[in-house]
Design a protein around this ligand. Structure first.
Ligand code: PLP
Length: 403
């Protein structure tokens, strides 16, 4: 998995001395920088250790409680539904649009019931969408909360994703648009406020683990051998950071913590280079888009030109029995890191089901069985080497399509 999509080695190494300034100063500075980017009051910007913790805070803000239900798109990551049961509310999955990445507004309208309190609005792969005004006016008891984990700094018709519904949560985990190792952001709705919670800090050893893991990821993206050596060393001395298995296997909710110091420094550094990074990624994606268009059987999705893609998705015309094996074959053939997100309606496959029954969301299931993705990472040059890799990818895909 290619991660650290917008992060450079210089930004990572340069973060170390400035960490001496301390957590509070860095977090305060990051909140100001984010408020200025999104054009919102700083009180609306809240930082956490993860997107899931930011989501849990928004559920509290909207006073979600027993007897309520929260609608979650059936094409999501398990840590999203995991945050609902502690509120006492019930999770209900809603299918995504046929052939789409996000929701179908008519189907959502039909699914909303009197007990529906929150709808999680997906923006999968960073493709921003907006709930139509008629739907919001028809269901005034419902709060529409953006799962913007894949779309930090995506725009829709000139509006920042996360600024136009009833609050949004973002992720700065390794593989997201901006990487802090881990990290999360909630943008509260206008006029809302959350009491200042003194969240527990990440252990110091974990900050070092984040640093070592990020470093290995960044090396791997640039010099694969150096990355492998660095990761093996980090593993050997117990310096690899990963989140708990209980969340994936048993649906355990996540105990919220403060944003790590390293993440608050790194995210601010990436904000400083954001305009150039966005332009670079958009050039990369437009190259992907036109290359894949040579195989019209592959599905691609339209999106606003100002989309900040977390990875670039494309789908095969038929379900694949073993998508992970296909991704490995395509990666080996092309030299590009082909991903499988999401490999199930509740990703990752094999994770806790939250009552989901097979067949309940046929469109989400069809997408999970067919979608693959290309990395959108500044370490990938838009150059002749990319052209050669894309040519090899197309040839390998053609073989799959002909099989
Ligand atoms: C769609 C989606 N929402 C939310 C999250 C949660 O973000 P975090 O890992 O920062 O808690 C993820 C994480 O991968 C995700 O893919």
């Amino acid at each position: 998995m290619l991660t650290g999509n917008s992060l450079t080695l210089t930004q990572l190494l340069g973060a170390l001395p400035s960490m001496l300034l301390g957590r509070r100063r860095h977090r305060a500075a990051l909140r100001l920088a984010l408020a200025s980017l999104f054009g919102v009051a700083v009180e609306r910007i809240r930082l956490f250790d993860s997107g899931r913790a930011a989501f849990a805070a928004l559920l509290k803000l909207h006073d979600v409680q027993a007897g309520d239900e929260v609608l979650i798109p059936a094409f999501t990551c398990v840590v999203v539904p995991n945050q609902v049961p502690p509120s006492g509310a019930r999770v209900r999955f809603i299918d995504i649009a046929a052939g789409g990445l996000n929701l179908d507004w008519l189907a959502l309208d039909a699914a909303i019931r009197p007990a529906t309190r929150v709808v999680v609005v997906p923006h999968n792969f960073g493709v921003a969408c907006e709930v139509p005004t008629w739907l919001r006016e028809k269901h005034r008891q419902v709060r529409f909360v953006d799962d913007a984990a894949h779309g930090f700094a995506s725009q829709l018709d000139g509006q920042w994703l996360g600024s136009y519904h009833d609050g949004a949560f973002f992720s700065f985990e390794y593989s997201k648009n901006l990487s802090g190792g881990i990290g999360g952001l909630a943008i509260l709705p206008a006029g809302a406020s959350l009491p200042d919670a003194d969240l527990p800090e990440l252990r110091c050893a974990d900050e070092w683990r984040l640093l070592a893991t990020l470093l290995s990821h960044l090396l791997a993206a640039r010099w694969p051998l150096a990355g492998r050596i660095s990761m093996a060393l980090a593993r050997r001395v117990g310096l690899v950071y990963r989140s708990g298995d209980d969340e994936v296997l048993f649906g355990e909710p996540h105990p919220a913590r403060a944003m790590p110091l390293l993440a608050s420094v790194l995210v601010r550094r990436q904000l400083a280079s954001l305009p150039a990074v966005l332009a670079y990624k958009q050039a990369l994606v437009s190259r992907y888009r036109s290359a894949l268009a040579a195989l019209p059987a592959l599905r691609q999705w339209p999106a606003d030109a100002a989309t900040h893609w977390v990875r670039y998705p494309f789908a095969l015309p038929r379900p694949v029995a073993d998508k992970a094996a296909l991704a490995r074959r395509l990666s080996a053939a092309s030299g590009l890191n082909i991903g499988v997100w999401f490999d199930d309606v509740i990703h990752p496959s094999g994770s806790f089901r939250h009552g989901y029954r097979a067949g309940q969301a046929p469109h989400g299931e069809a997408l999970a069985a067919t979608v693959l993705n290309l990395p959108v990472n500044i370490a990938i040059g838009v150059d002749a080497a990319l052209e050669r890799k894309l040519a090899r990818l197309l040839a390998a895909l053609q073989v799959e399509l002909d099989a």
